[in-house]
Ligand binder design. Structure first.
Ligand SMILES: Cc1ncc(COP(=O)(O)O)c(C=O)c1O
Length: 190
């Protein structure tokens, strides 16, 4: 992936031409609206079964975002809160603990404190730029360190690489909710 510049990835990668299973090989990805797709037999779905599981337009977007993130996979959601909910549901179990940056987006804090708290999830919010404070909050049940950089609203920064190294030592997942920079600017140093 790295041999292409971001400009090329943004224009070409993940378009329908790269979706080998798509018969139409569109050069510019159209909006596919079909809810269900053709199955050869009752037990033989095609490459696209049903819009919630696969959709050629969404696949194109996800492949392109993954390429720009230098990642293997991306999943697109209709809103940021939906993506956050999916991450929290996928990773956490009752009794787990989250450490969040102390200036997270208000909707994220509300989601964690008012919804996930009802399912036994605990959270602490700290200034993650202070290593000692961050490390002090890590518990055996801490599963996620949730960052924004820059944060919304106060534009505070976090050293994602440094915090990820600390997290890795404790087997903790780092989430970066990247609302401002896009992958283009967030990954400039990679
Ligand atoms: C950092 C951050 N996360 C999540 C959201 C929520 O995104 P959405 O409004 O798409 O649910 C926002 C919205 O501004 C945001 O700034």
């Amino acid at each position: 992936m790295k041999q292409y510049r971001n400009e090329t990835l943004a224009v070409r990668f993940g378009d329908s031409v790269n979706q080998k299973a798509l018969y139409s090989q569109d050069v510019v990805t159209p909006i596919h609206l079909s809810t269900t797709n053709y199955w050869k037999q009752i037990d033989q779905p095609g490459p696209y079964e049903y819009i919630r599981s696969q959709n050629p337009t969404r696949n194109a977007l996800e492949q392109q975002l993954a390429a720009l993130e230098h990642a293997n996979y991306a999943f697109a959601f209709a809103s940021g809160q939906a993506a956050e909910t999916a991450v929290l549901l996928a990773v956490l179990k009752s009794g787990n603990h989250i450490i969040g940056y102390d200036d997270l987006y208000g909707g994220t804090k509300r989601l964690i404190n008012s919804v996930f708290n009802n399912f036994g999830i605990e959270a602490d919010y700290v200034d993650v730029t202070k290593e000692a404070e961050l490390v002090k909050r890590i518990r055996p049940n801490t599963k996620i360190i949730w960052l924004e950089s820059p944060t919304n609203p106060l534009m505070k920064l976090a050293d994602i690489e440094f915090i990820s190294k600390i997290a890795k030592k404790h087997n903790i997942l780092v989430v970066v909710d990247n609302t401002f920079l896009t992958p283009y600017l967030q990954n400039l140093s990679i």
